[in-house]
Ligand binder design. Sequence first.
Ligand code: ZN
Ligand code: ZN
Length: 582
Amino acid sequence: MSKIRVMDENLANKIAAGEVVEKISSVVKELVENSLDAHATHIVVSLMDGGLKSISVLDDGDGMDKEDALLAFSRHATSKLYRDDDLFFIDTLGFRGEALPSIASVSRVALKTSFGEVGTFLEIKGGKILRNEASDARRGTEIQVSDLFYNTPARLKYLKTEASELAGCVSLIERLSLSHPGVSFSLSNNDRVLVKTSGSGNLHKCIHEIYGLSVSSKMIEVRASNDDFDVYGYICKPEILKSNRNHFITIVNDRVVKNYDINRAINDAYYTYKPDTKFPIVVLKIDTDPTLLDVNIHPTKQDVKLDKINDLYDLLLKMIKDALYQSLLIPDAVKKPEYNEIKDQYVENFIKEEEKKEENYQSSSQVALDLSYEGEKEEPIIINEELKKLVLYPVGVALGTYIIAQNEEGVYLIDQHAAQERVNYERYLKALMEANVATTSLLFPIPVELSMSEFLTIKNHLSVLTNMGFGVEEFGVNTFVFKEHPTWLKIGYEEESIRKIIDIIIKNNGEFDPVKFNEHIAITLACKMSIKANMHIGPDAVEELLQELVLCDNPYNCPHGRPTIIKFSIYDLERMFKRVMN
Ligand code: ZN
Ligand code: ZN
């Protein structure tokens, strides 16, 4: 007699539940993806107490007959999902056949479903079918999962607070909405709507519905292709950055995925358009041949591996850089009210300020949802070349730091240090990339004494200095003497600049990515050589700085990503002074 005993199915389900269901949002994900698979065009998710009490998903999809409905709750039932063209989807569907029975084994489930003729109603508790009867015949499925983990108290402890589970669900539904703009989604908690999309099929409109007008009006459309990838989507102007990467939304073949290299391409493309600690909102739909996707990945994770990732990296980097370069990016000083901030606050302060927030939210969301969508008649894109014709007339300098300028569109404030830092950065970077370096001899050669180890490091990398245009020789113990330097070094700052460059070579010991190295040198020198805040500059210098700034590749940010220039439009000013009322 075999010693192997078949594991009790219900036990197996409970074990699987621990792997599949980690959070409320993983249950919601499972149920909503079932709705999407059933071709639903309207999906309504209603939570009670952030889903801790109950999760209900209502759809207008294909629905099931009684046989299928029963089968959906038995393990390994859904082999139909393993179609060839679904190979990629195994990353979410690997457990699909097990997820529903697993969820049902650790909760109470009520299911009402119909394919349009007779309806079926099932009630399941702890994996046992309690009721199985006929129901009304509205086409679609309504499933309610309550008291998750009621019979596995150890698991129950892993669920987080209501606010944090709710935040996870909001983020999930936002991502699903963006990956399926043709499907209308609604998510509510305790009868309050948090996410609502129309299912118009228009990605920009969907972004508008999720992030509000303040974000959607600041998105730039992007599009690019190569032999293997078609990319379409929206990237934000650098004025609306977020403090985490959660809004890098990449959708590969209609699935929201995570990929380190795609994220790196986005981040690198925004280099110097933003500070290192801030991140843009980016929604990219990437279509590719499913055979380029690696499916051998953990089933509950969204990570995906792609062949030809380097080609995709290059494509995305160029696409985003070009789009930023071609756009006018001067931020408005006056911020418009933001729908999604109200929602973020609502989710975050959910428990503490529930009552107070309710009023705020109700009135604000009313307004936000009623805003008419104007995505179709977008303003004509003003390209960077036009900015270069932009004339800023200086008015004066305020607080010793901010240049005030004006033109027929409004008033501008320019940070004098940031602006000059940008001008110098681009000048140095271009000079560093120049193949033929113009050099100047020093009348008085500059000796630089180093420690033994520093001396050896520089000796090993002496070609870095000579390639940059320095004439340098060994000169006694641990000392180099500089006799020539590239002409772009600022006069009077030669020694300081040389010491900075030596520092950077020593810090980069052995690791010489020439692009990064040049950027590093250019940023460091640009900061050093630029006029500081509270340093006086005369009217001629101001005018020259403004002219140079508008000619930069990126006039909007200093090389550390901080803004150089902000704008008060005439309209903003008139509104603030109540010359116009609205
Ligand atoms: Zn600086
Ligand atoms: Zn800076």
